[in-house]
Design a protein around this ligand. Sequence first.
Ligand code: 5GP
Ligand code: MG
Length: 175
Amino acid sequence: MDSHARLHCLIPRVEIEAAVNRLATEITADYHDKKPILIGILKGSFIFLADLVRRLDFPLELDFVRLSSYGSSRKTSGTVEVVQGLESSVEGRHVIVVEDIVDSGLTISFFLNYLKKNAPASLKLCALTDKSSRRQVPVTIDYLGFTVPDKFLVGYGLDFDEQFRYLPDICILEE
Ligand code: 5GP
Ligand code: MG
């Protein structure tokens, strides 16, 4: 049986590319003279962040964190942990957090609050996708790629149980 039989393309690669270009234009307008730190939330944002920074032609730095994730389950646990922390100090710096999906919002609001305690000069959120219908806590997304339906998504960095990250399109994984 075809192992991709349960996958349906939601956002094809050409649309992702156009969205990344648009976000890069917005971020360039706001940050070209601010030498920001972009913080990617691993592992899901790695392809998005890699594509995004290649469209940014001004001085910037990169860092990464790993937050506790779904594991092999599809639902968020509610408790969030920093599994691997930042190397850089964000104090006095302009920070852009780059996330794959904002779902309930619990993960990202935990992390944004954690960063705020370290006194960044400014703090904004760039998210590839927003499952806004599932929000449990309010989250402001400053730079957004796509609003998506309440379906489980894989591809373009997103996994299910570590599978499917390599797919170039964003796909729905059927139950
Ligand atoms: P939240 O705390 O907002 O409920 O969960 C956000 C995190 O859950 C995202 O960073 C992402 O890693 C994961 N997540 C939420 N929805 C999906 C999905 O449809 N597919 C995948 N692969 N991960 C998801
Ligand atoms: Mg994530």
